[in-house]
Design a protein around this ligand. Sequence first.
Ligand SMILES: C[S@@+](CC[C@H](N)C(=O)[O-])C[C@H]1O[C@@H](n2cnc3c(N)ncnc32)[C@H](O)[C@@H]1O
Length: 317
Amino acid sequence: MNNLFSDEVLDALVVEINSGRSISRPKDALSEAREFHGWTLNKLEVFDLYLKLYRIVAGNGTCIDAFAGTGRGLSTGNGETVHVDGSSLIAAKSGAFSNLHLIERDNASFQLLNIEIMSLKPSQQSKIQTYNDDCNLKIPDLLQGGKLDPSKPCFAFLDQESTQLDWATIEALAGWKTYEPPPTERGRPKACKTELWILFNTYQAITRLWPTDRQKYPEAFSPQTLDRIFGGREVWWDLWQDERSFSALVERYCDRLYEIGYQYVLPQLIRDPGTGRPQYHMIHATDHPSAISFMRWAKRSSDGYENQQLLGMETST
Ligand SMILES: C[S@@+](CC[C@H](N)C(=O)[O-])C[C@H]1O[C@@H](n2cnc3c(N)ncnc32)[C@H](O)[C@@H]1O
């Protein structure tokens, strides 16, 4: 990646933004495809836009889609249901990666995913490997297995449904050093670790583990789950003792990413486009300043919602 980009330069880099991702394509196998809500479509649009820039400056690396899903999903709007690409197909079609590792634990979803991959061009298919596995087990195995090129960028999309992603998996990914980017006007960025884009399910899942009324809902509190997500009781226990709101957990999660060495951590709030209600955060962790400006641009360009920063959570870019 190069140096920092102004908005004008970012806009100029994107020669053609294909916003029409929806392709109507009836197919029996897809009768089981899951519905993508507005907030999912927004997330996928950000991903699609981000990869259009990423591809230009950091292509030819590895993509790990740890919660790959079914490949495509259904979007219902204006009385019409259309099939839309999910993350793994977006990544495969983007041309941003020379190899893609797609992990999906659920058997039925895995089958659909493989059917969808067969509909890709042979040149796209040949870059893909799929695994019917738990990503928390498969990712350490992949990183140790000698299949990934450490001299190339590595991007991990961690699109969990609720709280399936273990902190140990984040640590494994962060321990994987990839390429050293070329010098920028601001000097040479450090060797980059795996770039992470993590769904932190603040409003759909985390809030349920952290009851506001502790007397009324004592059983909702799940310390074991929080330990697994955060990598230990000591990481979050003070927040519980101080009776902080569940939203403090997003901030703590970002702090943890800084602690394990990421130079830039950007949480972005994804809302329901219909109601404006917050759904979850997408947290971007990277060692390269350009990646952060690309992600900001992608979010800003996607839906008109301003990025929501948590105060004091970013280093300046
Ligand atoms: C939110 S969906 C992913 C959607 C996908 N990224 C897309 O854009 O279509 C999460 C997926 O992760 C799968 N999953 C859940 N736990 C998993 C695990 N531990 N390892 C791998 N996949 C898992 C679920 O079966 C589900 O298909």
